[in-house]
Design a protein around this ligand. Structure first.
Ligand code: FAD
Length: 413
């Protein structure tokens, strides 16, 4: 843990050293030359980021999200060249399965958009789909779209790479520093207060993940997000059935995704009933946190396996070796929270990842950096306006419920 002295003044102070804070700092240095200090109370990427399944599919519902994911792949290539080492990117390809008419139509639209924007996508028949994923029950009536350039990454390595690149370019990366409040002059945020002293700055970026609602209140911003549980399971190793080069699978009709992991299969479901935590009690170290509903995840697993049965009923008999659960910051509409709060200057929210923050990190960091220095954002961020729900109360149980329901109802990025 570094305990280098904090600067007295910077252009931008970033609260949070998860993947979004680190990506913002890296983009601030690379694209704008701004001085920046990242303030992380624990260790880089130790909170939500290191728990991510880190699938990075390009198939997304909007041009902005697709551009953000492409920017992440560009960042990975940039870091691998600059650092001279790999970041654990596995380009296994993504197989999207459409069963219902609605899912097939959504998939057609995503494939068309991806091709128009230059991505390679193949429509596969059932035999070709099974050649990519041998365990899949591939019905000839289903649709199969394969994105060969897609992959998954080690989220901790990628989060660290943003931070390392930012530091190499001159950013201050400070771990073990808790931000305790904000300094204000009238309607302007002018700095941060920490347990190791104050820093004056031109802008504060709030990248505090599931805790961002509490940070927002310091500024007078009612940020619309809550910690909502995400979870996944990993089977015991069985490389014959789950080879390491097997494609990722996305089956919205089974509310299911999967990818290979350490010789087994990592898989998750979008639960019908999701659960949120009060950000005031969700602890800085989320490991082992009990959400107070189906804490070992067995009910969710049973429900998910039932829905998944048409895709492969063998999954239910695979022994489970690992269960991972942590909160992502979800919003009521499943869209990010990126931008200023009206009437408060010098405060930029970069949060509400809604379970997609690894895949989009490069683009989010680039957009946030532009906003923090008053430059034009590279994409249309209007869907992410922090005030789009009005002045919500981020600790109100009814509001937490809305955020949990958003995860339950989400079908694509
Ligand atoms: C189970 C699970 C599976 C997932 N799978 C995927 C996936 O397949 N693909 C994908 O793209 N995404 C996935 N995600 C989502 C992804 O992990 C998140 O979107 C991403 O990690 C969010 O990063 P962040 O920087 O916003 O938050 P965090 O990583 O939580 O970082 C926020 C940081 O702020 C710090 N902080 C908070 N308050 C303060 C303070 N007062 N002072 C100083 N520091 C503070 C915290 O300590 C923390 O380190 C998954 C998430 C989970 C939980």
């Amino acid at each position: 843990m570094s305990h280098d002295a904090l600067p007295a003044t910077v252009d931008v102070a970033v609260i949070g050293g998860g993947i979004w804070g680190a990506a913002t700092a890296e983009a601030l240095r690379r694209h704008h030359g701004a001085s920046v200090a990242v303030l992380e109370r624990r260790a880089l990427s130790a909170a939500t980021t290191s728990h991510g399944a880190a699938l990075m599919p390009r198939a997304r519902s909007t041009a902005c999200l697709r551009a953000m994911v492409r920017e992440t792949y560009a960042c990975i290539a940039h870091f691998e060249a600059a650092l001279g080492e790999g970041l654990g990117l596995h380009r296994n390809g993504a197989l999207h399965v459409g069963v219902s008419d609605g899912t097939k139509a959504a998939l057609r639209a995503q494939v068309e958009a991806a091709r128009t924007e230059g991505d390679h996508v193949d429509w596969l028949d059932a035999d070709a789909a099974r050649a990519k994923v041998s365990w899949l029950t591939a019905d000839p009536a289903w649709s199969f779209a394969f994105f060969p350039q897609d992959g998954f990454v080690d989220p901790y390595l990628l989060g660290s790479a943003y931070a390392r690149a930012a530091r190499a370019a001159g950013a201050g990366i400070h771990q073990g520093v808790t931000v305790t409040g904000l300094a204000r002059a009238g309607d302007r945020v002018t700095g941060v207060e920490t347990d190791r002293g104050a820093i004056a700055c031109g802008a504060v970026v709030c990248a505090a993940g599931p805790w961002s609602g509490l940070v927002g209140l310091w500024a007078g911003a009612r940020l619309p997000l809550a910690p909502v549980r995400s979870h996944y399971w990993i089977t015991a190793p069985d490389e014959a059935r789950f080879p390491r080069d097997q494609a990722m699978v996305f089956a919205p009709d089974g509310r299911f995704y999967s990818r290979p992991e350490v010789g087994g299969l990592l898989y998750g479901f979008r639960d019908r009933v999701c659960v949120a935590a009060d950000p005031r009690v969700y602890p800085p170290d989320p490991r082992g946190f009990a959400f107070g509903h189906d804490d070992a995840g067995w009910d969710s697993l049973a429900e998910g396996l039932e829905l998944f049965r048409p895709f492969w009923d063998g999954l239910g008999s695979e022994p489970v070796a690992h269960y991972i659960s942590a909160a992502s910051a979800y919003t009521p509409d499943g869209q990010f929270v990126i931008g200023p709060w009206p009437g408060i200057e010098g405060f930029i929210a970069v949060t509400g990842c809604s379970g997609a923050g690894i895949a989009t990190s490069g683009g989010v960091g680039r957009a946030a950096a532009a906003l923090a220095v008053g430059a034009e954002a590279p994409w249309d961020l209007s869907a992410f306006r922090p005030d789009r729900f009005g002045a919500v109360d981020p600790v109100d149980p009814a509001f937490l419920r809305r955020c949990a329901d958003a995860r339950a109802n989400k079908r694509s990025g």
